[in-house]
Design a binder for this molecule. Sequence first.
Ligand code: ADP
Ligand code: MG
Length: 587
Amino acid sequence: MTEFKDMELREDILRAVFELGFEKPTGIQEKVIPEILEGKGDIIGLAQTGTGKTAGFGLPIIQETDVNTKAVQCIILCPTRELCLQICKDFKQYSKYVKGFKTLAIYGGASISTQINGLKSNPQVIVGTPGRTLDMIKRRKLSLTHIRQLVLDEADEMLNMGFREDLDAILKDTPKEKQTLLFSATMPSGVRQLTKKYMDNPVEIVIGKKNTGTADVEHEVYTVRAADRYLTLKRLLDINPGIYGIVFCRTRAETRDVAQKLIEDGYPADAIHGDLSQAQRDQVMHAFRNHSIQMLVATDVAARGLDIHDLTHIVNYNLPDELEMYIHRSGRTGRAGKKGKSLIISHSREGRKIQSLEKITGQKIVRKSVPRGEDIVQKRLYTLMDNIEKIVVDEEKIAPYWEEIKQKLDWLDRDELLKRLIFLEFNRFVEYYKNAKDLNAPEKENKPKRKNKERKNKERPNGKEIYKKSPVAESGFTRFFINIGEKQNIKVHNLIGLINENTRNRNIEIGKIDIMRKFSFFEVEEAFTTQVLNAFNDTYYHDTKLVVEISKPDNKVKARPEKEHAYKKEHTYKKKKGSKQRKRQRR
Ligand code: ADP
Ligand code: MG
């Protein structure tokens, strides 16, 4: 394992690196830093977000900068204002002990004259968004004719955002003899073209599998009914008290809506989307950065380039339309060796999408069930007790009130005091989750087919048990007559299949089934009587129009001529999920 100190980095740079708490170079840094320091050749760096690319190019660029020359020596182009500011801030930290080193961020949505003034102080390294950079060049405030290095950071995102023409225009006036570094998390054909056009025999450094998520991210999916998305989100937030993350929504309207509801429900959340003014956006981002907001609800576009570290969770309120986008989302957590989680709230029909995501990310997406109310109450109780144990009381702060507190609460004994204290905090959850319903989508829609089969075998090793007498039969059931029987080759399973198919409700319990020569009887839970009658209205079995009627006890006798008795078969069936009969019938 390489260490920073083995990398020919100067003392003044190493000092800053260690102060930042970087102990060892990351994979991409290990490869990129020596490559930049030694060679002058072009480099393509492919690695996931959060793998430390900024320091990877930043440290050697700072080291190679000649602080005694006034011209701009290096330009770093990146897709968004946030990223621009972040990179600039990172560079300032890395160069803290490098005398005379100056860097400047230029980006849209902020005063251009301030930035023009900044340029006058001769920064050697510019970090810019393509739009504003081109603007500065056109205004003749910025010249790139002497640059030695060019960095295209998050090249895929720049192309996604439509900066292709701006890039062409900017690069046109740069010297041929320069080192070009391109960084990207993915390598779509647009980026490939860019490398062909602007790079000269580049070395390609790939860390990890291309196009995949980081291994430090655990992926979990919660399958619920579409209408329960919001309730599920709340439960996920409640079971993770320390959560600090982004909730991704599909549209601006949804973003606004979810954030609004969260705020109303008392969660420290806010929204960021394209309808906000720059000032509003800054305000939200400021609150999020200093953790006074724990959950940022955002659209993919608005979240682009937000470079917030130590996010504990990403919540996918909806899956993105373009599944590749999921990599960008989940890549915002699990950075620099820390573990992160990407939670997906999914609809029961999105099973196939989840499988595709597993392919794209190359990682397992774990199926989880939505926490129950009681799980959350438990968890919050433990957190509360934990907090009480861990809090360090600042004696000085409490001192002025201490006498008064003691006096007022003196009459409460220890147990009573504890109970009250806990209840004060805790009651909200107990109240809210009292009788909370199960949010998990019904299993039948949810379970992949193969699982069903496994379970079926377990429950019914010999396929015969289904004929066991049902303990509930007879009482609470309605008996029906149906005008098909052995003559039509009807077997018990055919009849069950017909009932299931026509009622479209597999939770109806079926009781006794009697199959006769030309007709049959079956029993169904009383509550579903009308449903069954309606279900068979105007239905056919092959060519026979079905007649289903409630069978009166005396009909029963009348309807059974002597002759038929000989053929009578009596089966009682208590329906279980995943029955063999039903399957066969449905095929
Ligand atoms: P990328 O550009 O690849 O998405 P960044 O450069 O933004 O990643 O780095 C992600 C995080 O990792 C930042 O918080 C950065 O300070 C941190 N980091 C970078 N290099 C190291 C390192 N060698 N050790 C520890 N943390 C690091
Ligand atoms: Mg980066």
